[in-house]
Design a protein around this ligand. Structure first.
Ligand SMILES: [Zn+2]
Length: 230
């Protein structure tokens, strides 16, 4: 904060909390000098909602003690840490072979964030919601998210899916259309077996290439029921 900003902040403090009013000119000058020294690196306004005046207002509203300069510098230190934690050093517009220039540009970006002059540059997040209309149109044109030639190439590595497709082509029941009562694999997921790693260590699940016989029978029974109902 510049001295005029600190002076404005102190005027605001005196307005909110009359106890902090100085009795004479010399005291006021001394207080201004002290606050200027401590708040030199604290911005008045910074990204993500930092506002020194709001910090002052909150302190007066919540604390029984007259405000000190550190009651502003400490919240700023926490806010600054949060800003820097979100900053991810975006690629600077500098020749990458110019190592010194590159490092200086990265440092300048961090300094700008740390002093509240620039908003942190966070990593782009994965967006939620439906795919872009252009992507939907392309998938519709191709008929499937996985093109036919890619599906053919992947078939040897996806034995369970290949078995389901073969069953559907041969008119057999789809084993994965029912949950497994033996290993409790849900509908659509392969049967699994548990590896036991001793009494004190967690085991892990492995997918079985084949289904449990009871599940196959259950799927067959379900199909028979559906056919007799139809
Ligand atoms: Zn099973």
């Amino acid at each position: 904060m510049m001295p005029n900003e600190v002076a404005a902040l102190l005027a605001y403090v005196a307005e909110l909390d009359p106890r902090t009013a100085n009795s004479n000119q010399a005291e006021a000058a001394e207080q201004l000098r002290r606050w200027c020294e401590l708040l030199r690196d604290v911005p008045a306004i910074a990204p993500d909602g930092w506002d020194a005046a709001a910090v002052v207002r909150r302190h007066v509203a919540e604390s029984p003690f007259p405000i000190l300069a550190v009651d502003v510098t400490r919240p700023w230190a926490a806010h600054r840490r949060a800003l820097l934690a979100r900053h991810t050093d975006p690629t600077p517009a500098v020749d990458p072979d110019d190592v010194a220039g590159w490092q200086a540009a990265i440092r300048a970006q961090r300094d700008a964030v740390a002093t509240g002059q620039a908003a942190p540059t966070a990593s782009r997040e994965v967006t939620s919601g439906d795919p872009h209309p252009a992507i939907v149109a392309r998938i519709a044109a191709a008929g499937s998210p996985v093109p036919a030639e890619a599906a053919d190439a992947l078939r040897p590595y996806r034995p369970a899916k290949a078995a389901r497709e073969a069953a559907s082509e041969q008119g057999r029941s789809d084993d994965l259309s029912v949950a497994c009562t033996w290993c409790r694999a849900p509908v659509g997921e392969q049967c699994r077996r548990r590896t036991n790693r001793g009494p004190n260590r967690a085991g892990s699940w492995h997918r079985r290439a084949t289904v449990h016989p009871s599940r196959r029978e259950a799927a067959q029974a379900r199909r028979d029921r559906q056919e007799s109902a139809a």
